[in-house]
Structure formats: C-alpha cells, structure tokens
Design a protein around this ligand. Structure first.
Ligand code: IMP
Length: 423
C-alpha cells in the first residue's frame, strides 16, 4: 500500500491542483480531507481549464475513485453546480463518493461569514465568505448538520428548524437582517440530498479497504500550512487543518498509514487575505510576478500579494508536516529576472530569527534577510528534464533544498500536465 499526502507549504495557492492531478495518474483513490468550497484548484488538461473547489482533482481521470472525507465542510449547492459543470464538459463523476459524516454548509453560514467580516472592518480576516468558519464553528459547538442527517428527512427537518431558530435570532437581532424561511430551506436541501444520495458513503471504509488491498491513495490538501488553524498565522487562517496531520482527522485513517508527504511550494510566495507577509514585494517585480504568474484568486478573483521565496516558512512547513519531498511550482514565472532572492532568516533588531514565530506582532517586526542569486533569462517552459534547466535555475532549486531540508522531487514549469519535471 502507498499513501501520499499533498500539502501546501505556504499560504495556499501553491499549485497543488496540478501536482495532485499529476500524481493522481499513479493513484487509485484521490481524497479531500479538509476545507470546503473556499479552495480553488485549477487543472489544465489538453488545453482545457477546470476550476475545482470541492471535487478532488483526480476526477479528471475516469478510472480514479474520488472521495470527499468528513473533514470537509460541504456546500451541497456548490457541489451540485460543480458536478453539473464537470458533466457538461464530458467528465465522468460516477466514481465520486462523499462522506456521510461531512458537515453541511448552509446559506446562513455564508451570510454570517460576510456579516462578521464586515463588522470587523479594517480588522477583517479577508475570508472567502463561503461560510467555512461558521460551518466549522457549528461543528465544534456540536450543533452541525451532517450529510447522514440530510439522508433522513425527519432528523434533518428537526435539526435545521432548531438551528435556524437560533441563526435567525442572531441575524435579526444583532444584524437587523431578514430571517431565513425554514420550510423553503428544508425543501431545497432535501432536494439537494436526493440528488446527492447516490454519492453518499462511509468513506472511512472505502479508504481503509483500499489501503489494506495495497492500492495507492492520494490525499489532496487544500489551502496551506500557514492557513492551518493551529499551526498557521492565527487569526489570519482558515478554520480547518490543511497540514498533513489533518489527514488522520479528516479522512479517518491512522498516522501509521501515511507513507509520504509531498509539500508543494511556489518558487516565490503569495498570499490572499490579510496578515503579515515578510517577503511581500510592493514594487514592479511584485507586480510583474502577479501578472506573469496570473496571481488572481480562483475562488474570489482577488489579486494575490506576491513576494520572494521564504525559506523560513517552507522549512517550518517541512518540519510540521514531516515533508519527504518538495514540489516547486511556477519556476517559469521567475524567468527573465536579473537576480532572484531567497529569504534565509528574519532580522528583528539585532536578533536573527530562524524559526517561524507564533506571534503576528513579532512577525510584523521581522525583516527578511535575503540571499541574492543570479537569475535565468531563458524561458524554461519547454524543459522536460532537470538537466534542460538553465544552470542558475538549478542553483536556485538546490539552494532551496539546502535551506528547507527536503529534496525537490517535482518541478513545474507551466500549467500543462506535460510541463512537469520529475527528478
Ligand atoms: P476562509 O477559509 O474563507 O475562512 O478564509 C480564511 C483565510 O484563508 C483567508 O485569508 C482566505 O483568503 C484564506 N484562504 C481560504 N482558502 C484559500 C485557498 O484555497 N487559497 C488561499 N487562501 C485561502
């Protein structure tokens, strides 16, 4: 048996969709274990672009089973739209299964997500407003409604009525909004339930049996390590566990069943939403990376903040995820720059910081310590082997390996499947 976890090592948007798609070819099962429709994975196959939010990227291979584990918060409306989009493009989705334990996202979660953000004003988190935080809050409060509840009309009706009473009180009394109509929402969701019932399963059984039968399983992380609720740049994080350990909780397997952890890192750093970002670039280099790298959010369309590669962050990710291999993406975006910089440590006053700090106030006082390396002007989009890369690009990769303490096994030099170099 072989199980591989794919995690983002930065603030998400590292290009995990493409790496998942690539590794999915060698897998029997691809499984999502956390997050929800806040995620956005862009995969390009035969010149066609697919933007996926909830469905695992493995869906683009007809023979792969795709699972959405119970750690995911599931918006049934968005999932059905995604299924419809895939079917209309000729993709077979019959191999998709969703966990009966997954918690559901409701319209009040999305509305409250936005209202809470607006109330925070300048101190907002910059969420995707997809209801992720409020849905995980209900789960922790033990009032969440799960897929298995949706499969039982009476149970669902009772639970939704009870929840809606409470949510409507918050919406009307605190925010002065109109209440949601319980009957309308119940009927609508029961309709979604009927459409989704053919996909519902106990995914913990499927994944366990597959691993026991020596099949290959790929766990597809969404977001990134610095967005993890425990490990990340709290409070500017998402409400789930994008780290490798999140697989055990969100997919329902034991830690002994994980064999490899592939950390995906962009050859530079990006971030959407608020919060400190030590290597952020505010000059024309940052702007050119944004344009060349098409750094605009898949889910929200927001321009991403761009900066140099931060080895303090990626070495932290290597440590907390137990990363065995790194996949470096978008190396082509940096081509054409005279020099490239890597942040090797932070400076705070006279102190040198090598370990990523917990406190954001502390982090905002840190200045990056850079190492400057010669750039490469040759376009590298056509390179298919490591040796075909310009010598300075190789130097850059090998310096990243040294600083981060993990081997770079995969390199991506463009969005297409074939623009991937395996070392
Ligand atoms: P939420 O997950 O919508 O609650 O947003 C919390 C934080 O995570 C915000 O800074 C978002 O921009 C960020 N975030 C959520 N999903 C993604 C993603 O897929 N890529 C990058 N950032 C994300």
């Amino acid at each position: 048996m072989s199980s591989v976890v794919i995690v983002g090592t930065q603030w998400g948007d590292e290009g995990k969709g493409k790496i998942t798609d690539y590794l999915a070819e060698r897998s029997d099962i691809v499984m999502r274990y956390q997050g929800g429709s806040n995620a956005g994975h862009t995969v390009e196959v035969d010149g066609k672009q697919y933007k996926l939010h909830l469905v695992p990227s493995g869906i683009l291979y007809p023979d792969k089973q795709c699972l959405i584990g119970h750690g995911v918060v599931l918006d049934p409306e968005e999932l059905l739209q995604e299924i419809e989009m895939l079917v209309s493009q000729g993709v077979d989705v019959s191999n998709l299964r969703i966990s009966d334990r997954a918690h559901l996202v409701f319209p009040y979660h999305k509305l409250l997500d936005g209202l809470e953000e607006d109330k925070k004003g300048a101190n907002d988190i910059g969420t995707t407003r997809k209801g992720i935080g409020p849905a995980y809050m209900d789960k922790s409060e033990r009032i969440g409604i799960r897929v298995c509840d949706l499969m039982n009309e009476d149970v669902f009706r009772d639970k939704l009525k009870a929840n809606l009473q409470k949510k409507n009180e918050i919406l009307t009394k605190i925010y002065g909004k109109e209440p949601f109509d319980a009957d309308e929402m119940i009927d609508r969701y029961l309709g979604y339930g009927r459409q989704l019932s053919c996909y519902v399963a106990d995914t913990t059984v499927i994944v366990y049996q597959a691993l026991k039968a020596d099949k290959n399983v790929l766990f597809e992380g969404a977001q990134g390590t610095l967005l993890d609720i425990d490990i990340g740049t709290y409070p500017y994080v998402t409400s789930s566990h994008p780290i490798a350990g999140g697989v055990c909780v969100g997919a329902g397997i034991g830690p002994t069943m994980i064999h490899k952890v592939v950390g995906v890192a962009k050859s530079y750093t990006t971030r959407v939403g608020k919060g400190p970002f030590p290597t952020e670039l505010f000059d024309e280099i940052g702007q050119s990376i944004r344009e060349k790298g098409r750094e605009y959010g898949t889910t929200t369309g927001r321009p991403r903040r761009c900066g140099w590669f931060d080895a303090v962050i990626v070495s932290f990710s290597v440590r907390v995820n137990g990363i065995t291999d790194l996949a470096i993406t978008k190396l082509d975006t940096l081509a054409g720059l005279e020099t490239v910089k890597i942040c090797t440590a932070y400076r705070r006053g006279s102190e040198i910081i090598e370990n990523f700090p917990a406190s954001l106030e502390f982090l905002s006082e840190c200045e990056p310590v850079y190492e400057e390396l010669p750039g490469w002007d040759k376009s590298i989009e056509k390179a298919r082997t490591y040796d075909e890369l310009p010598v300075n690009a190789i130097r850059y990769i090998e310096r990243i390996e040294e600083l981060c303490g993990a081997r770079v096994s995969i390199l991506s030099v463009g969005p297409a499947r074939e623009q991937t170099i395996i070392r």
